[in-house]
Design a protein around this ligand. Sequence first.
Ligand code: GN1
Ligand code: MG
Length: 341
Amino acid sequence: MIAPDEVIRHFIAGEVKITPLGSGHIHKTFSVSGFKNFVLQRVNIQVFTQPETIAQNHRMAFNYLSEKHPQFRFPKTLPDMAGNDLYFDTEGFPWRLYEMIENTFTMNEVASVADAYEAAKGFGALARNLNGIDVAQFQPTLPRFHDLAWRYEQFDEALQKTSRECVQTAQHEIEQARTFHFLVTEYQHLIRGSSLLLRVTHNDTKINNILFDSLSRKAVCAIDLDTLMPGYFIYDLGDMVRTFVSPVSEEEKNLDKIVFRKEIYEALLDGYLSEMNSVLTTEEKKSIPFAGKMMTYIMALRFLADYLRGNTYYHITYPQQNLVRASNQLRLLALIHREVV
Ligand code: GN1
Ligand code: MG
């Protein structure tokens, strides 16, 4: 890998200190401190085969928001010295540089109803401010990313191709995953029924993608915009449910620690709807209870498929990690399914 210290010189001049940043599963991200602070990221081109689309979508959203909602905080990128949004290193990897948003922090689990409300309001504000933008101009950065039917097919395909040993180890999770197949049917009905409007959605609204103000604990800005693309509101609302309601993250091995916190669920709905209530149609609102189930199921299927495939997609630090994540998400799904009607 080309060193970030080498790459940064193509963006800015001067002395800087570079350290790894964040807990993302896909890209390599670094914090850059110098005369100002920045975030430097190497895009994973095995996953994002058309990285230009990330830059294009970001630019269109940035321009729209700067014009229509100039007070709204949205991450700014800095071009390289040749004026490009992406700098390609000598190995062919694209890099992006963002301004660092100062005096903020992120969290991996939601600790209080106030935090749940604030974070959901933050993602809701992004959705509301993007309402009205021309969706047709946006390309998917990852085609069919949250298409539940396709994710199920991919899981099935991975299952057909995997080793007998893997099937045995993951037996329990495979069976559990199958029992929720009815959600795929429900998803297909929803999409075919055209009750959901195509919008520009964030598509990765997990709790650690919102920046909180260090002093006020208010949501300042949504980050991680590589999946900003056409989508349905349930994708964003659903990923909030998935990552907010449990006191532990998708990495937790002890399934007994996973619980559905009703008060957090209600607070996140309140926060999101404080921004989106007048934007969503009556038909869309009928899908609110489906959102969390769908997104938790999709992540269970994706983690499980990756385990069966031999861990080719998500970064892992130990061999069973994707199976642990899948098992965690399946437990959470069962709880959401029981509690949300
Ligand atoms: C990935 O890279 P990261 O951590 O921002 C994934 C999301 C998942 C998430 C699960 C492009 O996001 O869809 O919800 O892991 N992003 C991509 O933690 O696959
Ligand atoms: Mg992401």
